[in-house]
Design a protein around this ligand. Structure first.
Ligand SMILES: [Zn+2]
Length: 290
């Protein structure tokens, strides 16, 4: 999945620091990131050393703020503002962030998408949501603080569920209405105020296809930074009445699909993995465990 970066380790602890020569620099604007492509889906981000080497008198790198984001193994990643894009080296281009769904190496793709979530958050928290004053970055935590009223804002992470509803050897596959994404998906939705994630599962399945579910089995979670979401995947068995009543504002289609007919797909999303896990479960009698 998108967060699987092999033997490398992602370190998200915040510790204010300056970039080193080997640090990688991320730059974004709405829906896009600056990357260098080198064929076969390979992407790279510039190092701080490369950026410094190209500095001109009018546009020295140090006029921009370098915001520490995270480390992958020993390599630290920093954010620079969009205005600094003209400082980038030749060969860097703006690409839609969806490029990170398939780009390699996987650690660069994961850094790119996780950095995008943080960029969105910093971009949306320039001003205090309570009193409207300019917010300041805290020195100790990854947090924005209002110097006037003291409001503290932390990165936004929205919990949501993915539900693989099954009966016997069949899995409920859905297609969204009115979206560009045309592949089959699973039931999904955000957790609402005052409910547990288990209740989210029950409510979303009822709202989208009119079914009750039982035997909820938590599978795995996935940070889905494109939308600042934390996805939690559940398998759930259809309970009682099996007639689908489709919510046509959300879904274009919902069908019971025999495990053998589930399309092979090695995509990076939790949805794709859960569909394949169900298929394997039915074929080999595996449990729904990780
Ligand atoms: Zn304030």
């Amino acid at each position: 999945m998108i967060q699987d970066i092999g033997t490398l380790r992602f370190h998200n602890e915040y510790k204010k620091q300056d970039p080193e020569e080997k640090s990688r620099i991320l730059c974004y604007r709405n829906g896009e990131a600056l990357v260098r492509e080198s064929g076969n889906g390979q992407i790279t981000f510039p190092t701080y050393r490369e950026l410094q080497a190209k500095g001109t008198d009018e546009a020295k790198t140090d006029i921009y703020e370098f915001t520490y984001l995270f480390r992958i193994d020993e390599v630290a990643y920093f954010l620079i503002p969009e205005e600094a894009a003209n400082r980038f080296l030749e060969g860097f281009v703006w690409k839609p962030v969806s490029v990170f769904r398939s780009a390699v190496p996987k650690d660069a793709a994961f850094a790119g998408i996780t950095g995008y979530q943080l960029w969105q958050w910093y971009d949306q928290r320039k001003f205090c949501p309570r009193c409207g004053q300019k917010m300041k970055k805290d020195d100790v935590e990854r947090m924005m603080r209002c110097p006037v009223c003291g409001e503290m804002e932390y990165p936004k992470i929205s919990p949501a569920v993915i539900v693989a509803v099954y009966k016997g050897n069949q899995l409920l596959l859905t297609r969204y209405a009115g979206r560009a994404y045309k592949k089959y998906a699973l039931i999904a939705g955000f957790t609402e105020i005052g409910e547990t994630v288990e209740e989210t599962v029950q409510r979303e399945v009822m709202e989208e296809v009119g079914l009750h579910v039982k035997n909820l089995h938590y599978y795995k979670s996935q940070p889905w930074s494109f939308t600042s979401t934390l996805l939690m995947g559940f398998f759930a068995e259809a309970d009682g009445e099996e007639t689908i009543r489709l919510d046509q504002t959300e879904l274009a289609e919902a069908v019971w699909c025999d495990a053998a007919q589930i399309p092979e797909d090695d995509g990076v999303s939790l949805t794709r993995e859960m569909m394949q896990v169900f298929k394997a479960h039915v074929n080999k009698k595996l449990e729904f465990h990780k």
